[in-house]
Design a protein around this ligand. Sequence first.
Ligand code: F6P
Length: 545
Amino acid sequence: MERIRHTQAWATLETLSTSVKRQHMRDWFANDKNRAAKYTTSACGITLDYSKNRINEDVLTALFELAEQRQVSEKITAMFSGEIINTTEHRAVLHTALRNFSGEPVMVDGEDVMPSVFATLDKMKAFTESVQSGAHKGCAGKAIKKVVCIGIGGSFLGPKIVTEALKSHHNKALDVRFVANVDACHIHDVLSECDYKETLFVMSSKSFSTQETLQNTLTAKAWFLQQGATEADIAKHFVAVSSNVKAATEFGMAAENVFPMADWVGGRYSLWSAIGLPICLAIGFDNFRQVLQGAYEMDVHTQTTPFASNLPVILAVLGVWYRNFMGAQSHVLLPYYHYLRGFPAYVQQLDMESNGKSTTLNGLTVDHGTGPIIWGSEGTNGQHSFHQLIHQSNLPIPADFMLPIKVPNQDNTHHAMLASNCFGQTQAMMQGKTFEECYQDLADQDLSDKERSTLASHKTMPGNKPSNTLLFDQLDPKTMGALVALYEHKVLIQGAIWDLNSFDQWGVELGKVLGNDVLDVIKGAKDNNHLDASTAALIAQFNRG
Ligand code: F6P
């Protein structure tokens, strides 16, 4: 693929950015009453208002041209049809097959994978129903009341945030908890609240080789046996999800308790697979099925909708505009919904592990910006901390605001305040407040002209800060599925534009290898001669206690 900087669309966008940087969104809104309507589009229960962006028709047209020149449609088709687009690991990328309700086959290596997808869903359904109904008994003949889910990265974040987001759909008889970090504080805190006779452990690891997950499971197993259970009881209380079924059974998991997943499901794209078992246990299989349905509808939308009203394409090209032409290095996610508070952390892995790269598919070093830093937290909390920087620093930080219109157990007083803060922030970011307005506001104060001017300068809000607003009719299981799929496809499209492999993660490997080496030195199994002086000294101090 030709270098992105050599494309015609790149040159056009560079020229356009020079002129857009001189313009203010405030003026665009004042001069075009139709701007909000023109730049608002909806699909799958999600309305996207992208009018508060530093774009005009020329910019959008050039961005869509760039997407075309970078063969985004072809990349989408290649992914959905099972082509080996994860070239460095020689794998297809088919999380979309896990929610494929089209009735059409999906072929991998000449075999339709849909029968195995549905077989795993059937197994998840049967297990979920037996646990939820109490038919699945623990070692003392008691029903399960607590589920401890052990996994990290994609085997943790997706299940956790979907479970959290759908709290109003939880089965009240089951308390589902997540443990990720190898820091013992976490697993011990969770175990201290468990009764071993009523606890089910779900160990989730695609590779079945992740240090944190293996160790936390060993700790949970040891605790389970210390409490009075026997080895024979383990099968009733421990299940695993993995693509490495052999390793799982060798580890001691009963073969019938292993829920399989395919190697063409990437870790950070895996909540739709058996990795979603914790979600099923929390909200029931029928609701989980709705999560899949919402994602499927977003898949259809992505594949069939023209770029101009295609939600993932719009989000993706806007991100490229800010990253490559307007100087942005980060992108903030601001869910105004407490139950969606984990979403920024989820998208952080999804986006940064996928597009946090600087090598093109052909192995060349990129000469353009790639995936931004993703960060954020729930509104309104951020307004009282980091929004200051968004409003008044000179760092350009595009934002995605998110708000459900209807919420469960609606308290109108609170929800109206939440919504008003959300909309008010997008407005403040867009319009800002001029020096003249601030100066005028200070007319009644007993200030010298110098003091008045200085204070007005401090109070001036430049505005022109871009944001998208995503409104959900309600964040039900289906919309949640669509929302996650929306961001998955945004990442795919940006990866296509930047010519990256969005589906490997070589950057995390060296740290794992060196971490194991350091562990050997800490334990005294290796000397420290091969280490740099800093690392050796840190280990020595740690070992001195
Ligand atoms: O270390 C990164 C990573 O490989 C992620 O890509 C993955 O989601 C996570 O670790 C957990 O991996 P696994 O499911 O194999 O335990």
